[in-house]
Design a protein around this ligand. Structure first.
Ligand code: GLN
Length: 472
């Protein structure tokens, strides 16, 4: 059996159905690739080949994802497997249940296989905040793969796995997808259940997919989407077949490009990718118009206040008592609590807990948290106005620059946060968004981003597929 360098789920499924490969062979192939590539890339924290082989032996090829191995970010629970969030705090934690997303993958026949590296508790943009060391970018190992879903993007870009799940709170699926050259989809907030996704900022968190094609993203979303009684924020919206209209093209669609996103602050490669996307979509019959998102500037500040506030509350559960890392030298509960947290969390996580606790504290709540919520409403309103004005999709960059060098980030946390300017708004507004690789970008991969109105993933994926097919 020959597996291509960067296999898609659809192509592997064909191999399986035509009996040119067996699920056991696919698992063996992924494991062999992981063994070869991971010592350098550090994209996987662990993988359990024996367990995956057992699942492969039972695989039911009549299922939509029958026998296909899929890597899972280390913050999405898999029953009986470590779920560490790349943190010392959860180093010894083994999940006693499956996340709904994992349960649905398994029910569709897929084999969850491999825990991907990430920024600790999904806080970061480079993958460097991991207690297990940084992941390297397969396109150029001197560069970061982006983050926080660093390993999920890297395993798909390196062809170790055909697909991976990530999580996107402020861009963590789309930005590493852009930096590594894969398709990264963040669905509408509530489209995929968050049950079993370790909470970072619950009003922003959403599970998303990393794949080598738009068709694969649609295939996965069709399996993952849908209401879940175990997540009160999961949507009741019906689940269409997302792969159905993929070849319908963009003729007649109105696509807005925010003037605020065309700033001189974008690196030349990013500006070039955006121009190419505009030209390609126009050539395919779409109408491109300039729009304005007047509150775009407030998005980063609003996000970092809200995300840190929610994180400080969500991460209070790691107290050294119920589960997770415990400092056993303490003799009273307060000391146990503070020493366990001091040793268990990394620097960035602590920074955010402190910031979040501060903005929620009595004297400052109105000045920061309440204002951030108002700014969030204005950011969401900008999008609502744009869609009301007649554009069906919005096109923009994913990140202002291609992937930075490993360790070369002599940047302050604030400078790092500002680079999330183009991905954060979709989370604040709960909108679906996708990063599509622009193949002409060199020497490092660069993606462009499409956004749609709530639950308009079919339209979003259709336009993404149009770009992809014109560019392949
Ligand atoms: N880079 C952003 C942050 O550090 C986004 C993280 C994410 O989406 N999980 O918060």
């Amino acid at each position: 059996m020959e597996m291509t360098d960067k296999p898609s789920l659809a192509s592997l499924r064909r191999l399986l159905l035509e009996k040119q490969a067996t699920p056991v062979e696919l698992v063996e192939m992924c494991a062999a690739r992981a063994e070869k590539e991971n010592p350098q890339l550090n994209a996987l924290i662990s993988w359990d080949k024996e367990k995956a082989l057992r699942a492969a032996q039972q695989a039911d090829l009549s299922q939509p994802l029958g026998g296909l191995p899929i890597a899972i970010k280390d913050n999405i629970c898999i029953d009986g497997e470590p779920t560490r969030c790349a943190s010392r705090m959860l180093d010894s934690f083994v999940s006693p249940y499956d996340a709904t997303a994992v349960r649905r993958l398994k029910a569709a026949g897929a084999i969850p296989f491999g825990r991907t590296n990430m920024d600790e508790f999904a806080m970061g943009s480079s993958g460097e905040n991991s207690a297990y060391g940084p992941t390297l970018n397969p396109a150029n190992p001197a560069h970061v793969p982006g983050g926080s879903s660093s390993g999920s993007a890297a395993v798909v870009a390196a062809g170790i796995f055909p697909a991976a799940l990530g999580s996107d709170t402020g861009g963590s699926v789309r930005q590493p997808a852009s930096h590594c050259g894969v398709v990264g989809l963040k669905p509408t907030y509530g489209r995929i259940s968050r049950y079993g996704l370790v909470a970072f900022a619950s009003s922003l968190d959403q599970i998303g997919t990393m794949t080598n094609s738009v068709e694969d993203a649609a295939l996965l979303l069709s399996v993952l989407a849908g209401h879940d009684p175990q997540d009160s924020t999961s949507s009741l919206e019906p689940v269409p077949n997302f792969a159905a209209g993929l070849r319908d093209g963009v003729r007649g669609l109105r696509i807005g490009v925010p003037k605020e996103y065309m700033s001189g602050g974008n690196a030349p490669e990013v500006a070039d990718a955006l121009q190419r996307a505009i030209r390609t979509l126009e050539e395919q019959g779409a109408e491109i118009t300039e729009i304005s998102l007047p509150h775009a500037e407030a998005a980063v500040a609003s996000y970092y206040i809200i995300a840190c506030a929610e994180a400080s509350s969500n991460l209070a559960r790691y107290d050294g008592i119920r589960y997770g890392f415990r400092d056993t030298s303490a003799t009273d509960p307060d000391t146990l609590f503070s020493r366990s947290r001091a040793a268990g969390f990394g620097e960035e996580v602590k920074r955010r807990i402190i910031l979040g606790t501060y903005v929620l504290s009595g004297g400052y709540y109105d000045a920061y948290y309440a204002r951030a919520q108002k700014a969030r409403a204005l950011v969401a309103q900008d999008f609502a106005h744009a869609f009301e004005s007649g554009v069906q999709l919005i096109l923009g960059p994913v990140s202002p620059t291609p992937a930075p060098k490993i360790g070369a980030r002599d940047l302050t946390p604030l400078q790092i946060y500002l680079a999330d300017i183009y991905t954060i708004p979709a989370n604040l507004a709960g909108l679906p968004a996708v990063s599509v690789p622009c193949p002409a970008a060199a020497p490092l991969p660069v993606g462009v981003q499409l956004l749609a109105a709530h639950f308009e993933e079919p339209l979003l994926l259709r336009a993404a597929a149009a770009l992809e097919s014109a560019w392949s």
